[in-house]
Design a protein around this ligand. Sequence first.
Ligand code: HEM
Ligand code: HEM
Length: 343
Amino acid sequence: TKTFSSLLAIGCLVSGTALAQDDLRTMALDMFAPIPSTTPSFENNPVTPEKIELGKALFFDPRMSASGVFSCNSCHNLATGGDDNMPTSIGHGWQKGPRNSPTVLNAVFNSAQFWDGRAPDLAAQAKGPVQAGVEMANTPENVLKTLNSMPQYVEWFQSAFPEEANPVTFDNFAKAIEAFEATLITPAPFDAWLNGNDDALTDLQKTGLQVFVDAGCAACHAGINVGGQDYYPFGLIEKPGADILPEGDKGRYAVTATADDEYVFRAGPLRNIAVTAPYFHSGAVWDLRTAVEIMATSQLGADLTSEEIDAIVAFLQSLTGEVPEVVYPILPPETASTPHPSG
Ligand code: HEM
Ligand code: HEM
């Protein structure tokens, strides 16, 4: 009988945890969503294999920058988590930009792009860095001149936009990059667990998920990207020091010119967060545990225990996904009419 009752106890325990796990999953599915199994699509920009290939070439082509040095991949390196692992990016003329480079992985699931959400989608976003003085410092005219000088690029634009008589445009440049970026999605253990695989998360990660929700993190970091959906004051409860929240960058205020939006930023998307240090728009914090501690104090006024923070960090590690294999593209060779690098 002893064996029987202890078996019974184990049985209850197991079915108890199974029940608890189902509850946790039901709650999680209310707030988060797994990465879809197919490439996301856009209403005004059908994603085709030709467009993806063109977008990939453009993403890796340093000749899209005035200096011929910087490609999108310079600051969004697909080999290192889709970012540059620098506090703030270095761009044209070795200039230091004002903000940390966010990952392009899963950026397609953000409701708007940039730390302040100033670009509504990836196509609008892609036109920014090419022209930004501290990034690629180029002009749309010079980009088109460069592309038109290489017959192979003109052909690629024709196959990517077969309906258009004159497909080599800056809009199509951006649309092709958007299509490529739509393929940069990274299913993670968290998705496998959301989809029903009980063993995809460790017990500590499950505890961490529960703490993440109970403490209130999920109020701001939700959706497919566990963030990236909405804007909140950085320092809602307690403003971090100027080393972490520099006074000169007022965030969303620059977009809306509304006083309430001073120091308001998009809640960071947390997928792949464990591989995209340093953290925050200032890139001032190198350690994920410290970033979590700062969030607990600044956003929630919560005094989390060391165990709770460990559990949250373990949960965040379950958001590190599998990066799709990207074959490095061989780019079209320059011709006599290709503009030379400048600056
Ligand atoms: C932001 C893509 C070139 C540095 C972003 C975002 C995307 C992106 C999708 C928004 C991500 C998010 O909000 O979560 C691209 C593409 C590029 C390119 C397609 C090439 C056309 C560069 C270069 C640099 C750079 C060359 C560095 C010199 C940054 C920085 C941000 C950013 C610092 C954040 C800016 C802010 O929030 O104000 N990029 N990027 N990017 N990128 Fe790039
Ligand atoms: C950024 C985690 C609670 C709003 C971040 C980042 C992490 C994080 C790791 C850095 C993202 C990056 O550098 O890419 C957490 C955790 C929380 C929590 C673990 C609970 C303890 C909250 C809450 C809010 C919020 C409750 C809203 C009231 C933000 C905002 C940012 C951010 C606005 C961007 C800050 C910046 O401008 O750099 N969060 N967060 N977070 N989070 Fe949270």
